[in-house]
Design a binder for this molecule. Structure first.
Ligand code: FEO
Length: 392
């Protein structure tokens, strides 16, 4: 990736991963990602904020060479996860004077994950300031966005907040700054849904904490830089709020068409009530899209047939994912078809135990849906419509 200048003596020197399609062997990345690393040259000292994923280390080193960087004083590690800390060991060899700036929790993670010797660290506390001469770095602890050690680095002279994963987007683009806000916010929402949503309460507190700082730009370590931080702050404020949309997520798997028949019926009836529907066949969908739809939907209907006496494994996988993402759903239920019986309802309810949602009467029917079964589905739709009217 080319070196790009953000402001006077502040450069983006990281790497784009254009064709990466999966993160943590779990999270789909339809638009790739980037690992942003920022070089700041003060009048006296030079700092690098975050590094890149290990396979991209050569690119980072090459970028530093392009800027003729012969000395780095501080390697600031906002977050220990390897996509940001992956180059620290190599850089410590190339720049023997460099010290790793990290909080105590991050230091322990880095020693464990990256085998960085204790002697190379300088630990910082919340609110500490490190002088680079005419530029200063202030460290603001923002725990659980999304690991316990995460922090932001604030550069007051240039009004930039380096936020690492916080406010990031999985998006590889040649744009240094956000040029297409709708696209970036969509990718940031995907990122929020998959990484930050389980920590919604603490994310909210951390937003309030950083709002006390006088910054204009947010430079995350994934995706482009927000020259106008308002667009991402407003989006985050909305996502972490308790407000839900008049929207139902229908996520289902069907083996022989019975469950699918009910799902399509529900979709049409719910739409007739003026309620938005997000519709996912779990065998075909990108689970990131499902996660995004859960950020602000009011209700989840999980559709599954009974197979081998329990829910279909695809529905179990989806339920497990929903459970760990902890969306702010208000209502949830299960709909499906069985041949002779089983423990589908109990198993799905157990899988969704983290949800604070009210569990609506499930509709589990025998075989292909018949007139009486459609009556149960109609009743469910009426209940959803009434609950939404009362709640939203
Ligand atoms: Fe981008 Fe939590 O690492």
């Amino acid at each position: 990736m080319a070196v790009q200048q953000i402001k006077d003596r502040i450069f983006s020197v990281g790497s784009r991963d254009w064709d990466r399609r999966l993160f943590d062997e779990l999270i789909p990345l339809p638009d790739g990602t980037s690992y942003n690393s920022y070089l700041i040259r003060g009048s006296e000292k030079t700092a690098l904020i975050d590094t890149v994923d290990p396979p991209k280390t050569k690119e980072l080193i090459s970028n530093l060479k392009k800027l003729n960087i012969t000395k780095i004083d501080y390697l600031v590690s906002n977050h220990a996860e390897q996509d940001h800390s992956g180059s620290i060991p190599d850089l410590l060899e190339i720049y023997p004077e460099a010290r790793v700036i990290a909080n105590e929790k991050c230091r322990l993670f880095l020693m464990d994950l990256m085998e960085i010797p204790e002697t190379r660290f300088q630990t910082v506390s919340d609110g500490d300031v490190l002088s680079l001469g005419d530029k200063n770095l202030k460290f603001i602890f923002t725990p659980w966005v999304h690991w316990p050690e995460t922090m932001c680095t604030f550069l007051p002279e240039d009004k930039i907040l380096f936020s690492c994963d916080f406010f990031g987007s999985h998006l590889a683009t040649s744009d240094l700054f956000v040029r297409n806000p709708a696209k970036v916010i969509e990718d940031a929402k995907r990122y929020y849904a998959e990484i930050m949503m389980p920590f919604r309460g603490v994310v909210k507190k951390n937003i309030e904490k950083i709002e006390a700082l006088d910054f204009e730009m947010i430079a995350p370590s994934h995706g482009p830089v927000y020259s106008d931080s308002k667009i991402i702050l407003d989006a985050y404020r909305n996502w972490v709020s308790d407000k839900v949309e008049n929207q139902v997520v229908i996520a289902y798997v069907s083996m022989h068409g019975s469950t699918e028949k009910m799902m399509f019926y529900l979709m049409e009836r719910i739409m007739e009530k003026g309620i938005s529907v997000k519709f996912f066949n779990l065998i075909k969908t990108d689970l990131g899209q499902l996660a995004m739809s859960l950020v602000d939907s009011a209700t989840l209907i999980l559709g599954t047939p009974t197979v081998l006496t329990g829910p279909h494994p695809a529905a179990v996988y989806a339920a497990t994912l929903v459970n760990v993402l902890k969306p702010k759903l208000k209502f949830a239920t299960v709909v499906g078809s069985y041949g002779w019986g089983g423990r589908t309802l109990e198993m799905i309810q157990n899988s969704l135990s983290n949800l604070k949602a009210e569990f609506l009467d499930p509709v589990l029917i025998k075989g292909y849906p018949k007139a009486a079964d459609y009556g149960l589905l109609d009743k469910l739709v009426d209940t959803i419509a009434t609950k939404h009217q009362e709640t939203i």
